[in-house]
Write a protein that binds this ligand. Sequence first.
Ligand SMILES: [Zn+2]
Length: 282
Amino acid sequence: MTDHSSLHGSWSRFSLCVWLLITAAVFGCATSSPHITGLPARHSVKADQLLVMTDFKMTEDDPLILELKELREEVSQTLDVPMENRRVVVYLFSNENDYATYMNGAYPDLPPRRAFFIGSPAELAVYAFNGNQVRVDLRHEYTHGLLHAGLKAVPLWLDEGIAEYFEVTGRDPQRVNVEHAQRLSTAVQNGWRPDLRRLESLEDVAEMHRLDYQESWAWVHFLLHESPDTQMLLINYLRDLRENPDPGSLADRIEAEMPYASERLLSYVSGFFMPHATAASL
Ligand SMILES: [Zn+2]
C-alpha cells in the first residue's frame, strides 16, 4: 500500500482500504477533529449491527443493505466468529468528491483510497462512496468491522486476507478472487514463494504491498478450502482471538500441524488455473 496514486489510479479493487486502529490515546484527540462536518447524516438505515449513514435516500430493502446483512451471517458461519451487537457505522458518501474532501480534511495523513475502515474504542467506522465499486468496497470494509466487533485483535495480514476473501461477490462457493489468483500464478512462475512468517511480521499497513495482500488472501483461501483440518486450524485461531489479543503465531501452529505448508500453498495457488481444477468456477 505504498502507492499514493489518485482514487482513479491503477489501484483497483484489492487496494481498497487502509486498516487503521486508533488507540485510546489517539482517539482522545480524534474527538475534537473535524469528524462532525461533512459526514453523510441526512438518512440512516439500520440492519442488525449495521448503521448506514447517507445523504441520499436508501431503504432497508436496498440490495446493498441486504447483501451486507447476508455477509454478516456468512462471515459468522464460515469463521465461527460470533455475531456481535457492536455497531459498525458505514458513512456512505454520495460521490467520490464529497468523500475525498472529507477524508482529506479529517485524515490528511492517510493515502487516497476508495474506502477505509477505521476502528477506535468508541466507533467501528467505514468510509466509502457510492461509486461503481461500492459493493466490493463495502463487503471488504464491513468484514473488517465484523472481525473487530467480535475479536480482541486481528493480525494485520489476517485482517486483510479475510476481508479480501469476503469481498468476492456472487454465489461461487469457491470464492476465487480471479485477479489475485492470476497475479499469484504469474508470481509463482517468476519465482515467488510464500512466506507466512514474513507476513506476520508486518505491523503497519504501509508495509503491505500488492503481493502481500494477494498472499494474505491465498493463505486464508487455502486454510478455508484445502481440508476440514486446515479450516479448523484457522477457526481455532480466531476463536482464541475472541479472548486473547495475542495468541501467538499462526505460522507456528501451521508448521506444527501441517508439514510442508508453504509447498502445499504454492501448489494450491498454482492449481487455480489448472484446466481440470477450478477453471469452471472462475
Ligand atoms: Zn482492508
